[in-house]
Design a protein around this ligand. Structure first.
Ligand code: NDP
Ligand code: 2IT
Length: 443
């Protein structure tokens, strides 16, 4: 049995009840097999066993008091996965579904994603099963302060730099940052996605969505297409979905759908982003309200967004939101490209089907790397105490995304799998990490 298969079996056996982590490890190790087989020195150095085992996992109690005076307790996590190429870097997710499995899959993906950005950042992820939905401003602040009261001792600008993810935006980062600063008495770049008035970077809010569209546009260009005039289905209605939609619209594409965890809207005339932002960003409401503002739009509760006919699909909500049935429907409707704005939104089987049917498929670790890339630029600005213009950040983001596309597509070709960007991204991301680990000895 090959080295990759043996390691995968062991990972599954030694980490029971972690289906999302198994899924991410399966995808990565399967695509690394031919490359790793050709490099027996990796087995000798135990590279894959080390790649799949986080350097450190911190799990902690987060007690806080709700508005009725009742004590609540949540679980907090930080998985410091790999620091071979830089300080641990990755977001914090606050969502009731958060488990060790979810944080490990996200951390594992983050290691390879951060490598692809070309910046010196290692990989980590954290979060909590806390549900920000329906909480008062005071409850959010109390939770964030309690979360940081434990986390602060494990992080630092040169050690581990958390950021946002699902349920963690600028508001939460602000409360987390304030508490960190109070505890350590130091103003540093320990978190990214900060507000602009206290060290945040222009362009970070837009970065993941814009970056996704820059990369997809480059991929389309290299295959004789463009976004202009295309019909695009976007899922989600959060940070990534909103700015992906904005960039598609700027490039002349038409986004006809968005969704949240309750259902999706179809707007044949093109999504009115002002309405979505008013509902989601300003009022923190539900997308079902969209149809009240736009008479011809249709809101459908539940799943089904991928039945919408589109040229390009951008899943930007959450893991495993696009399954085999959805892939069949997209293929039947003639989809050209799928770009993952979310982390692992496409199931393993759906991914295989899309690639087999020659759909241009870019996995999240490449397609959504713009967010963490601009976080890396935020770190650079913080450590030199400078603030760049939006145009400078946006130009660098676009360059980084085009470089990522060039890198994953040329590596895919090199290993004889032209246009298989899953293999391209995994091998390209792995190369740099493996090289750094080899040079640093058995640590
Ligand atoms: P937000 O919290 O801003 O938005 C998340 C969106 O996805 C909301 O519309 C939410 O709906 C929906 N959603 C969340 N969970 C579920 C679920 N279980 N089922 C259905 N819909 C769900 O998060 P982001 O936009 O920041 O993140 C979206 C994805 O992008 C995630 O996979 C994240 O890991 C990834 N990502 C984010 C980056 C960033 O910079 N923010 C960078 C790279 C990747 P509802 O409001 O109903 O919960
Ligand atoms: O999944 C991701 O890449 C993020 N949530 C962003 C991480 C970061 O450190 O900006």
């Amino acid at each position: 049995m090959s080295y990759t298969k043996r390691v995968l079996e062991k990972v599954i056996k030694l980490n029971p009840n972690e289906p999302e982590f198994h899924q991410a490890a399966t995808e990565v190790l399967t695509s690394l097999q031919p490359y790793v087989d050709a490099h027996p020195e990796y087995e000798k150095a135990g590279i894959l066993e080390r790649l799949c085992e986080p350097e450190r996992i911190i799990i902690f109690r987060v007690p806080w008091i709700d508005d009725s005076g009742k004590v609540q307790v949540n679980k907090g996590y930080r998985v410091q996965f790999n620091s071979a190429i830089g300080p641990y870097k990755g977001g914090l997710r606050f969502h009731p579904s958060v488990s060790l499995s979810i944080i490990k899959f996200l951390g594992f993906e983050q290691v390879l994603k951060n490598s692809l950005t070309g910046l010196p950042i290692g990989g980590g992820k954290g979060g909590s099963d806390f549900d920000p939905k329906g909480k008062s401003e005071r409850e959010i602040m109390a939770f964030c302060q309690s979360f940081m009261t434990e986390l602060y001792r494990h992080i630092g600008e040169d050690t581990d730099v958390p950021a946002g993810d699902i349920g963690v935006g600028e508001r939460e980062i602000g409360y987390l940052y304030g508490q960190y600063k109070r505890l350590v008495n130091s103003f540093s770049g320990v978190l990214t996605c900060k507000g602009l008035s206290y060290g945040g970077s222009l362009g970070r809010t837009e970065a993941t969505g814009y970056g996704l569209v820059y990369l997809v546009e480059e991929m389309l260009r290299q295959h004789g297409h463009s976004i202009e005039g295309k019909t695009v289905a976007v899922s989600g209605a959060g940070n990534v979905a909103i700015y992906a939609t904005e960039k598609v619209q700027q490039l002349g594409g038409k986004v006809v759908s968005m969704s949240d965890s309750d259902g999706f809207v179809y707007d044949a005339e093109g999504i009115d982003l002002q309405v979505v932002r008013e509902i989601k960003e300003v009022r923190r409401g539900r997308l079902s309200e969209y149809a009240r503002y736009r008479k011809n739009a249709v809101y459908t509760p539940g799943k089904g967004i991928w039945n919408i006919k589109c040229d390009i699909a951008l899943p930007c909500a959450t893991q495993n939101e696009l399954n085999e049935e959805d892939a069949k429907e997209l293929i039947k409707n003639g989809v050209i490209a799928v770009g993952e704005g979310a982390n692992m939104p496409t199931t393993l089987r759906a991914t295989e089907m899309l690639i087999e049917n020659r759909v241009l498929f870019v996995p999240g670790k490449a397609a959504n790397a713009g967010g963490v890339a601009v976080s890396g630029l935020e770190m650079s600005q913080n450590s030199t105490r400078t603030a760049w213009s939006f145009e400078k950040v946006d130009r660098k983001l676009r360059e980084i995304m085009i470089n990522i596309y060039d890198n994953i597509s040329s590596v895919a070709k090199e290993v004889g799998q032209e246009d298989n960007f899953v293999v391209g991204a995994n091998v390209a991301g792995f190369k740099k990490i493996a090289d750094a680990m080899m040079r640093q000895g058995i640590v």
